[in-house]
Write a new protein. Structure first.
Length: 470
């Protein structure tokens, strides 16, 4: 615990939804929900306008639609959010060498290590300047908490929402925490909270009064002792600048259970390609390939295979995932598939046998692999792809590929300029043409295969913004 509030916690406000509202003038001030749009999708983020209807993150999308039927429902654009996050993290890096990102929109900063703050007044000044810099750079708002520990700083930033700053002076922690629900403490989720409630403990002061021995009896040595310390306001966890990734994975939940074994194999191969893309983007390779299968009855199976050395070869990962699939019974249907790589390393130890296998595979399948990867790549970017075979026939390599347009994604028309997809169906796509700095734009409808309409990169939220190193 510190004597000065020099630990800062930043949490961007309704990040995904706020980014979409900033990019789309017609959605500002209106309820926006970002997440998976299929019947099994869940809410990733809801704007504050949508939250007034009871919509919140992790809620099933079907329930969100019932609560807020007139909200705008958009597919996430993670590359876009990541580019904004990089700008925010760069601003945090200017404050201190100790920045601990927790997600794209959340991080701790040790202001003391940066030499910018040593008391409440200087810490508050840094926090206010940071909020102003984030708004000027990204056009978005963030909430800041300042305290003498990570736990209290995070609680402070939650109290500051939206678009505020709360500073909690060291020494006032017990008074602050006492009347709060036990759920406010890190590590107390629904199950632990219910366990404590049954034991008669609903507030933080109840935990402090119960004593360490009682909490250890209820929750075990490590969890009980840690919770007792936090209930008294103690948290000496340092801000850690580097968090090593333990694994890289991707997964998809399907709107309709998959039964066809060939289709399941194709989806696993597509996921393997996406996983390798993320693996390479993170600068890693890995030794262990993991396959995750959730079946029609919600039972979940995981299978893994450890290679002789780390790899980032898409063919090696794809073939390993395929072998793992052969050992899984998919009778009855599959609702979710995932492929991951763990045992990460910062280099690739060449496996000559795997390399030879990859070369042989490349010779054998040739162009068909490239075509499959191209189609998979489009789907990974959210635009999707589907083969248009006449009369509902099984698609093949020669079938035409119909373009699909995900709600919220960026497009550009040769005549009308930049816009975004409002919706699509029955061979048509509806686009609203506007830019982040323009007035709300007009809506037009086109054929899904209109040659003048193309996917495009997101526009910056601030006019004249330079993407790299701004």
């Amino acid at each position: 615990m510190r004597a000065a509030p020099t630990i800062l916690h930043l949490d961007m406000d309704a990040f995904f939804a706020a980014a979409e509202q900033a990019a789309k003038p017609s959605l500002r001030g209106k309820p926006v929900v970002v997440g998976g749009l299929g019947p099994r999708g869940v809410v990733a983020t809801a704007s504050y306008e949508a939250r007034r209807f009871g919509v919140h993150s992790a809620m099933p999308m079907g329930q969100a639609r019932r609560l807020a039927p007139n909200a705008a429902y958009l597919v996430p654009r993670f590359a876009f959010y990541r580019s904004i996050s990089e700008q925010v993290m760069e601003l945090l890096g200017r404050l201190s060498p100790l920045v601990e990102p927790l997600s794209l929109d959340e991080a701790f900063v040790d202001l003391e290590a940066g030499g910018l703050a040593d008391d409440g007044a200087s810490a508050r000044a840094v926090g206010e300047r940071l909020r102003a810099d984030i708004l000027a750079t990204t056009g978005l708002t963030g909430s800041v908490g300042l305290a003498g520990s990570k736990m209290i700083a995070k609680i402070a930033s939650e109290e500051a929402k939206p678009d505020g700053l709360v500073l909690i002076e060291p020494g006032t922690e017990r008074e602050l925490l006492g009347p709060r629900s036990v759920r406010i403490l890190p590590g107390v989720g629904p199950a632990t909270g219910e366990h404590l409630r049954r034991a008669g403990m609903t507030t933080v002061s109840d935990l402090a009064e119960a004593g360490e021995d009682e909490l250890v009896r209820l929750l075990g040595r490590a969890h009980g002792a840690s919770l007792h310390r936090m209930a008294q306001g103690y948290d000496d966890r340092p801000v850690v600048a580097e968090r090593d990734a333990k694994s890289v994975s991707v997964e998809d939940t399907f709107d309709v259970d998959l039964h066809d074994r060939v289709r399941i194999r194709t989806e696993v191969e597509r996921l393997a390609e996406r996983c390798v893309g993320r693996l390479r983007a993170s600068g890693h390779s890995g030794r262990t390939i993991v396959l995750k299968v959730r079946r029609y009855d919600f039972s979940t199976l995981t299978r893994s295979e450890t290679l002789r050395g780390p790899t980032d070869d898409p063919v090696v990962v794809r073939e390993a995932a395929g072998r793992l699939l052969e050992a899984v019974d998919t009778t009855g249907g599959v609702r979710l598939l995932g492929v991951g790589v763990s045992g990460l390393a910062d280099y690739t130890q060449e496996d000559l046998f795997a390399q030879a296998e990859a070369e042989a595979e490349g010779e054998r399948v040739g162009a068909s692999v490239a075509a499959s990867a191209a189609v998979s790549g489009a789907a990974a970017e959210g635009l999707g792809s589907a083969s248009a075979a006449a009369g509902g026939a099984v698609p093949d390599e020669s079938a035409a590929v119909e373009r699909r347009w995900a709600p919220g994604h960026d497009v550009r028309h040769a005549v009308h300029g930049a816009g975004w997809v409002q919706g699509s169906g029955v061979g048509r796509v509806t686009v609203r043409f506007e830019e982040p700095w323009s007035a709300p734009g007009r809506v037009r409808t086109f054929s899904v295969d209109d040659p003048e309409l193309e996917p495009s990169e997101p526009l910056p939220l601030v006019r004249g913004e330079c993407r790299a190193g701004a």
